[in-house]
Structures are given as C-alpha cells and as structure tokens.
Write a protein that binds this ligand. Structure first.
Ligand SMILES: Cc1cc2nc3c(=O)[nH]c(=O)nc-3n(C[C@H](O)[C@H](O)[C@H](O)COP(=O)(O)OP(=O)(O)OC[C@H]3O[C@@H](n4cnc5c(N)ncnc54)[C@H](O)[C@@H]3O)c2cc1C
Length: 409
C-alpha cells in the first residue's frame, strides 16, 4: 500500500503520524522547516499528558494560579482548581514548543514514520490515490510522492486546504515576546499566568503573560479588524506591566495567525484536515495544541479504519464524531468570546464573572480535563445571579470607570 502522507510535522501532524504507525499504516511526514519554532504561548492542559502519554519533563513550569486583569486594572486571583475529587492534575502545563514539537516528531519517527524536509506544492487526487508534489528543502528538487491519502496538518494558512480549492478561514493574529528576567523579577511569575483585558491591549481577544522555566512569554491576540495594530497593542501591554518586566531581555519575538472559525467540512476525497488547518482553535482562549492533537488522533483512527478503501463517506465519520463530541463546546465558547470580549464594559462584566467560585471551578474542569460536569441547580442559580448582577452594575452609568491610562489608544 502507498503511504499516508501528512503535510506538516508539528503537534497535529506528529500525532496523526504516531496514531497511524501504531495501527500499522506506512506514513511519510513532509515538513517545510524542521528548525522553525512554532510561535505559541505553550499553555497545555494536563489531560494532554495523560491521553497522549507525554513525559512530565516536557513541562517547563506548572502554574497553579491565574490573575485576570480587567480594563480598569481590577484584578481577580483564581486558583487553578477543577471540580475533580483529586487535585493532582489541577495546574496549567507551560511548555516550550521547540522541545514539545521535537519530542512528538521524534517519537513518531522512532515508531516508524518517515520524515522529509520539504514544502508542499500541490495535490492531484484521483480514484486510486493522491499525487503529492513537494520541493525538497535540501537542494530544491521537485518530487512527486504517491499517497493512499493525505492528512493536512499544515496550520492556519493550510496549503493542503488551498490545494483543495477551499477558501481561507477568518484569522486573528497573535504576537508574543519571550522575555528573560533577572531572578528577583522572575519570582513574581513563578506560579501565576496573567490574562489582561482592555481595548488598548486587545480590542476583541486578550493579552497574556505566561511564565516558563527561565522567562516569561508576553503576548496579545487580536481579530482581523485590528491585526495591523498588533505591534502597538503588544507595546501597550509591555507598558502596562513595565515594572514587572524591568531589567528583562527579549530572547525571541514571534507572531503567527490563528484560525477563528472551524471549517464546515474537514474530510474530503482522500484528504483530511486537522488542527489549525481545520480551524479547530477554541475562540475564548486561543487554545489549539490539545485540539490539534485530538483532531489528528481521531482523523488518523478513522482513516486507518477505512483503509484500503478510504471513501469520502467513510472518512466523514471524522466530521460527524468530532462535532457530536465537541460541537456544543465550540459554539458556547464562540458565544462567550463575543459576549465577554466585545467591548470594555463587557470585559469588566467578564472579570466580575471570573470572581464566582462555581464559574472558576467549572471553567477549569472543562479546560484541565476536557469534561463538562453537570451543574447543581444551586450553583446554577448563584452563577446566574452573579452574572446578571455584574451585567446590571456595569450598565449603570455611575459605575463606568475610565480604562487604564496607557498611551497610544
Ligand atoms: C502567538 C500564539 C500563541 C499561542 N498560544 C497557545 C497556547 O498557549 N496554548 C494553545 O493550546 N495554543 C496556543 N496557540 C495555538 C497553537 O499554537 C496552534 O493551535 C497549534 O500549534 C496548531 O497545531 P497544528 O499542528 O494544527 O499546526 P501548526 O503548529 O501551525 O503546524 C503546522 C506545520 O505545518 C508546516 N507547514 C506549513 N506549510 C507547509 C507546507 N507547504 N509544506 C510542508 N509543511 C508545511 C509548518 O511548518 C508547521 O510545522 C497559540 C498560537 C499563537 C500564534
């Protein structure tokens, strides 16, 4: 049998490769640039380590607290605690993508996947397979590889989706600096991830400071309407937290797009899309690592089960299973992003909502363990009361406060 060819060997591509080789399917991964580090905040839920059997050494720092900053700098401190009986997995794992991606890629290769450094140029699908045209990185020769099927795990700009004639997805842009701090300054960030809300740092998403072993990753995300302002928004964030970054040295500047909407269809004639290529980033948080790995695993399982005859009808089991499992979560989080980050007033309401203990625990339960716990009616009442109360308070003109005074707005 011709191999399955996977375009992109980042978190999604390597997970698809690993799943397929373990099912006995021959695999070739084609990765454009093996030295490139994917721009990323690197926050991963602990459930990923269990589900994908990842070693704890990949965790650069475990974070047990979060601090949400409203536009007017009201702060809400939150413990990273879910609703589970044990708290062993109640932390956010911060990883460095250069180590994380490398581990996944090498594990897939160790288990039997072939890896080629080259750039996808085009696909020609016929009734019996796919011709994959690519340019080798070393020497620049153009080659054609015959594949049984193709998995596009090639990110937000997905050349695989382009080769299928699919439209671009709406994209936001995220830009980040990794800043190494003097030891005394680093103490502030040891165990806390900070989220910053406010028009001057992100008109429609949020900004962050995520600590790693020896540095802090400071970044902002913003939607298509403001992407040209991304550098200015990041400069505003750095000004807003300047005392906490004093003496810092920038060790890396990085930026990349994130898809803002899932694709309506992810499985086609002998071709499947996973991760960012399929638009599977969660809106409210910009979380995409777990979802890229999870979608890649599911797509690979469906594909392996449909070989040697991967008809579209069989491959679309991937679409059906995915949306049955996660459709309501994506819809809810998309609504939450529009409701909570829509304007400075709603960002204040969102911050108030974060004070509610039930909201905190349910949010972290769904993030840490990817499970939706049934909510007792008393907790539902408390949450509804708090949210309505916050909404009303912030609608009253007397409660309006000026946004944090930061230049450049
Ligand atoms: C600044 C920033 C911060 C983020 N922070 C977080 C976070 O904290 N937590 C989180 O969960 N998510 C975060 N994300 C999102 C996360 O990085 C992505 O969702 C995730 O990397 C998607 O994985 P993927 O495998 O689908 O695609 P990618 O990681 O984008 O990988 C695509 C791969 O395809 C390769 N490729 C592209 N074109 C070709 C071609 N023509 N031929 C061959 N190969 C090709 C690329 O080189 C790349 O290796 C962040 C994103 C950004 C930009």
């Amino acid at each position: 049998m011709d191999p399955v060819v996977i375009i992109g060997a980042s978190v999604g591509g390597s997970t698809a490769a690993d799943t397929l080789v373990q099912a006995g399917v021959p695999v070739v991964m084609i990765e454009r640039d093996l030295a490139r580090v994917k721009p990323c905040g690197g926050a991963v839920p602990p459930v990923a380590f269990r589900e994908f059997d990842l070693p704890q050494q990949l965790i650069s720092r475990k974070v047990h607290h979060a601090l949400v900053h409203s536009p007017t700098e009201r702060q809400v401190a939150i413990d990273v605690v879910g609703t589970g009986a044990t708290q062993d997995d109640d932390y956010i794992a911060m990883v460095c993508r250069e180590e994380f991606d490398q581990y996944l890629r090498q594990r897939a290769v160790r288990r039997g996947a072939a890896l080629v450094e080259g750039q996808l140029l085009g696909l020609a699908v016929d009734a019996r397979g796919v011709d994959v045209q690519y340019r080798e990185r070393d020497g620049g020769a153009t080659r054609v590889l015959r594949a049984t099927a193709v998995i596009g795990a090639d990110g937000a700009y997905s050349p695989t989706a382009k080769a299928l004639g699919l439209p671009n997805l709406p994209r936001c842009v995220a830009i980040q600096e990794r800043i190494r701090l003097p030891e005394a300054q680093m103490a502030r960030w040891l165990d806390t991830a900070d989220l910053y809300l406010g028009r001057e740092v992100s008109p429609d998403l949020y900004a962050w400071a995520f600590p790693k072993k020896d540095h802090v990753a400071v970044g902002i995300g913003t939607g298509p309407a403001h992407s040209k302002d991304a550098r200015r928004l990041l400069a505003n964030l750095k000004q807003r937290i300047a005392p906490e970054l004093a003496g810092g040295e920038i060790i890396l500047q990085e930026a990349h797009a994130l898809p803002m909407e899932p694709r309506p269809q992810m499985a086609f004639e002998r071709v499947m899309l996973v991760g960012d290529a399929a638009g599977l980033v969660v809106n409210t948080s910009g979380e995409g690592i777990y979802w890229a790995m999870k979608s890649a695993q599911l797509a690979a399982e469906v594909l392996a089960g449909s070989l040697p005859n991967p008809t579209v009808a069989r491959l679309q089991q991937y679409d059906r299973t995915w949306w049955r499992r996660y459709g309501s979560m994506y819809r809810f989080l998309r609504w939450l992003q529009r409701w909570g980050y829509g304007n400075p007033r709603q960002m204040e309401v969102f911050t108030d909502m974060c004070r509610n203990r039930d909201v905190q625990r349910l949010t972290f339960e769904s993030y840490l363990r990817k499970t939706m716990t049934p909510v007792p009616w008393l907790a539902q009442l408390r949450m509804t009361g708090d949210i309505v109360g916050a909404q009303v308070r912030h609608l009253l003109p007397s409660r309006a406060r000026p946004e944090a005074a930061i230049a450049g707005r």
